[in-house]
Write a protein that binds this ligand. Sequence first.
Ligand code: DGY
Length: 318
Amino acid sequence: MQKVVVFSQLDAEILARLQQDYHVVQINPKLGDVQQQLLEHAQDADGMIGAGRVLNATNLHTARRLKVISSVSVGYDNYDVDYLTKKGIQLCHTPHVLTESTADLAFTLLMSVARQVGHLDQWTKTGQWQRTVGAAQFGQDIFAKTLGIIGLGHIGAAIARRGFYGFNMNILYHNRRAKPEFASSLNAQYCELNDLLQRADFVVLAVDLNADSNALIGAKELGLMQKHAVLVNIARGAVIDEQALIEALKSRQIFAAGLDVYQHEPLQQSELFNLDNVVTLPHVGSATLSTRKKMAELAYQNLVEALAGRTPAYVVKP
Ligand code: DGY
């Protein structure tokens, strides 16, 4: 029987299906050091499935016959793709099924931050609503404003559609390559990064994390944004220099930020927690019941195909 290592929580139904056909071992932080468990079980594993762990030479060098790692995520920046390729291990991921949920969350953050929803909720609940509201409680308009999207992949495009069709927004985008098809359908305009930062009322990061996008937004870039501008990050924490963002929020250099991702996750202690112009979510872009089910199903299919010696639908290309 082939051995499958489950390295994070997994949908119960998918787990049960795996247990019928494979020898399944689950990595469990309650049972001790996770790195040690990974090293031990990687030795004779044929496949691995899960999300949210860094997997590279440090915890996979014992693997002798590992054929596939099936990630329950679209992003794969936490895997050492070069190392896996060298070892002949296929890396699979789950694109498309989470596009709309993640775009919904980007807009949820954008709207909450623009209208200070988190802050005003606390303000109301703590009895500060004594008379009428004042300028400190006012937000930013969204309708017909300029939305700048950095990274116009599937998720970026889904965010652009929400802005264009739902809110009559003027769409700017920055991407590795211009996508003229969006110019015609969404009236979207390709911009250089600095130009987009200077012109957008809302900047949304939807870019993959790679060598080019690492620390893409630092003090200089934040300094280009307008004082009333809002920054939303649903991509990866490392795309922003988090300390520079904290300074920009403290000094009100920008109006506010909505964050779903961080340099270090889970975010346990942070100066961000003391700021009233930031909304912090715990990396929940794709976290709806039905989308997480679809992701688990797709990851299962990828794994099973690879273990059967067939080519899975979504293999990451090195
Ligand atoms: C992904 O799939 O990469 C998203 O960040 C959700 O975890």
